[in-house]
Design a protein around this ligand. Sequence first.
Ligand code: MG
Length: 440
Amino acid sequence: MKLFGTNGVRGVVNRDLTADLALKLAMSLGTVTKGTVAVGRDTRTSGNMLSYAAIAGLLATGCKVINVGIAPTPAVQYFVRDNADAGIVITASHNPREYNGLKLIAGDGTEFGIEGELAVEDIYYGEALKLADWRETGDLSHTDIIPAYIEGVMQNVSALDIAKRRFIVAVDTGSGAGSIVTPFLLSKLNCKVTTINAQIDGTFPSRNPEPTEDVLTDLGKIVVSNGADLGVAHDGDADRAVFIDENGNFVKEDVLLAIVVKHVLSKTPGPVVTPVSSSQRIADVAEAAGCQVIWTPVGSIHVARVMMQVNAVIGGEGNGGIIFPEHQYCRDGAMTVAKVLEIMNERGRKLSELAAEIPKRYMDKTKVTCRDRDAAMQHIQSSAHGNVDTTDGVKIWYDDGWLLIRPSGTEPIIRIFVEAETETRAHDLLELGMNMTKGC
Ligand code: MG
């Protein structure tokens, strides 16, 4: 059985994900990683249960543990990079309320890669836990990591110039970990801040942790009624940020990524890194700046690792997760907010105007069930012609769009993604994709 999925270990609390599992997983991590381990969590109700189980497991293997309490995942990563040998974040990110998870952080602050996960999994299933002698069980301390993290974000934007502009910002942190960072960061940037759902609450009373357009209608209304320059919302662990423009309209995540990429490249030309599932818009703005896009498998760890290899100037996913290498090699919601304010200030444009500069593209997606994912993918790959990219699934590039067919990691399902210059063409490409998967 595989312990780790695309985003660490995730599951429904006390059904898939128990204190027992957290304890043993932490003992496994402690067995392979000696030294200091930071443990943080998002605001979920099971956060205490799972983080103290993980802390106990680490202490049992002789690790020194720093409990950083509730904090956004990027804040924990920022802390681990400079102060610890590894980290565990108790979070299920954007998943529904009843979920939680454990995300392992490497000593350089990036998420654990597949090699690291396999090493921990081997210990976990091999029952090869190495418990410490009674004299050497670990010490536990507590640290507030938030002030240094906010300071770190401020150092990577033109904070003084942003402060002069006195932006009006509405924030919906969804009762998640971003509640203790983003409103305070914005205040430090001299913004006039209005918050909703900024009280920490693991039952997520107002909305699910995933900041989709349909759950942000209240935020949109507040932006308009307050005459705000923009609205911003986070997922449960605030590594993602999504935006509402001054008219109350949701800015599509891939449009926002393109706005950021365009701005970064105008100042610092260099390679851009994004997964194969990302919008052509990223390539459009990179091409216009004479820069190269490197496409990776889906998953932020792949984006981060490739960014390090090629010395990329910017990278990110089409879900609001953006990586700013001058800050750290992970998705960072608070950093994204600060950067968007910097862009609006430097460009002297409203958010809707910046969005309107990005080329129009139409995306669509669907899923089909299949009997055998691997056999189906092999069949699709052998029947694909033209400009084919097999970085992750099968992606076929056309002159006016693309089609991507990927197997699900967990279900007997194949997903089809398309993007084109017109809605009609996107529809046609989706049909084509469905035809290719027929009989699978
Ligand atoms: Mg997240």
